[in-house]
Unconditional design. Structure first.
Lengths: 200, 246
């Protein structure tokens, strides 16, 4: 139906996650309409992110090429406490809480035996290498509260605990603002186990 | 669109779009079903842990003309929590989910396989059982249910009965145990063959409650080989987790 460059753009957009053929077409026509300089800025930012962004060599968060990421580069952060996450986007989520002042380690995934993902496919060895080198005294296992994330946390706890450091797991509980009656049994059960004293 | 009621075990899930997942279930009445769970990845989702792999749920599904159903309601029958919270047991659980996923067919009811999977997960969640023999038992019982169980009482090649010849080897492509004259594949101990016979001969409960037999690793290897031979593919979960735990 479309030919040449328009067809190519629709095809490329259609490969992006969450974008179906209809959306790809809509976005392509939007780009066709906007001023050239806006289109160029978009194209440049795509090229720049590929050229200049790599993974932080310390924690495997995203970073500008050749540099540590913003968190590792910030010497006001507590270097002895490390929060272990599956994905760089999880760092953004934890940072938004403003509750954590330590550093991170990104595994880039979780154990997923059904997909053939074992420890060797994750940044596990690199995490173990950091413990002594950076004198880490506590790790907070902040993997997703699902089957794969829990299995990953159990596995890491088994590796890290013998090193004599504190190993904690984020609490799992009920979403704030939700109704108790909609909570599933597993979530509610864990929330009851993880109860805390109420200050009168 | 029709509303369908069924029970099933969640075998695996895939991310779909921003916050949804495709949930693959082994159901009692409809075989393998693929269904969309809307919004399940949001932490505020009403689904919570209900549609996680391993969950045994009662379901209400919207079934349209496409092969993708939509989950309308899900109620937990069993979370198998003891499986989730133990690294060895969860690895075993993954192995059984993968095998069940490979054996089951879409829109082809197989209540026998469903019942076996639920039974095996219950046994795995019962911490009084030694978990080591559960996966091999599930594998050989599921194979027998498929009509692909290994021959154990005679030579699979020359058909001479176990009493008249020694069964010394095992090759699933030949159909099971082999005598000295027909030997090929891997060597097999008499003890391992006896455990396999007990599993298939209605003495599964005794195998699971007995102390771990010395040939446990051999039985596990034979069962995995038999399952992989039947499926004609490697079981990722078995190999991805083998270095993890034991
Ligand atoms: Zn970093
Ligand atoms: Zn023979």
């Amino acid at each position: 139906m479309y030919t040449g460059s328009l067809r190519a753009l629709i095809d490329e957009l259609g490969r992006l996650p969450g974008i179906g053929p209809k959306s790809a077409q809509r976005i392509a026509f939007y780009i066709l309409k906007i001023p050239s300089e806006d289109a160029r800025r978009l194209a440049d930012s795509i090229v720049a992110v590929k050229d200049r962004t790599t993974l932080c060599e310390q924690c495997f968060n995203v970073a500008e090429s050749g540099n540590l990421c913003d968190v590792c580069a910030d010497d006001r952060r507590d270097a002895h406490v490390v929060c272990v996450v599956e994905d760089p986007r999880d760092i953004v989520a934890v940072e938004r809480t403003q509750q954590f002042r330590g550093r991170y380690h990104v595994l880039h995934g979780a154990l997923n035996p059904l997909e053939g993902i074992g420890p060797d496919q994750l940044r596990v060895r690199e995490l173990l290498g950091r413990i002594d080198a950076e004198e880490i005294t506590e790790t907070i296992l902040c993997t997703n509260p699902n089957l794969e994330g829990e299995a990953t946390a159990m596995y890491l706890a088994r590796l890290l605990t013998p090193l004599g450091i504190a190993v904690t797991r984020i609490a799992s509980g009920l979403p704030v603002g939700g109704d108790l009656e909609y909570a599933d049994e597993l979530t509610l059960g864990r929330a009851i186990e993880g109860r805390r004293a109420v200050v009168p | 669109m029709t509303l369908v009621r069924d029970a099933g075990v969640v075998l695996r899930t895939y991310r779909l779009g921003e916050a949804d997942r495709i949930v693959v279930l082994l159901t009692e009445g409809h075989g393998k079903v693929r269904a969309v769970a809307k919004g399940v990845r949001r932490t505020s989702s009403k689904w919570g842990a209900r549609l996680e792999p391993l969950s045994h749920v009662a379901l209400l599904l919207w079934q349209g003309r496409s092969d993708l159903a939509v989950v309308n309601q899900a109620e937990v029958l069993d979370h198998f929590r003891a499986v989730r919270e133990d690294l060895e047991r969860v690895a075993d659980g993954f192995a059984m989910l993968e095998a069940a996923d490979q054996l089951a067919q879409e829109s082809h009811a197989d209540p026998g396989l469903y019942t076996m999977l639920v039974g095996a997960l219950r046994a795995l969640a019962d911490t009084r059982n030694d978990a080591r023999m559960i996966v091999p038992s599930f594998f050989v019982k599921a194979l027998a249910h498929e009509g692909a169980g290994p021959v154990l009482d005679a030579c699979a090649r020359c058909a001479k009965p176990a009493g008249s010849v020694d069964l010394v080897a095992f090759d699933i492509t030949e159909g099971g145990a082999l005598c000295t004259a027909c030997r090929r594949g891997r060597p097999v101990s008499a003890a391992a063959l006896e455990v396999l016979r007990q599993i298939l001969g209605g003495a599964l409960g005794r195998v699971l409650s007995a102390p771990r037999p010395a040939c446990a690793d051999e039985v596990a290897a034979l069962a995995t080989e038999a399952m992989e031979g039947h499926l004609d593919r490697r079981l990722r979960a078995v190999h991805a987790t083998s270095g993890l735990t034991w």
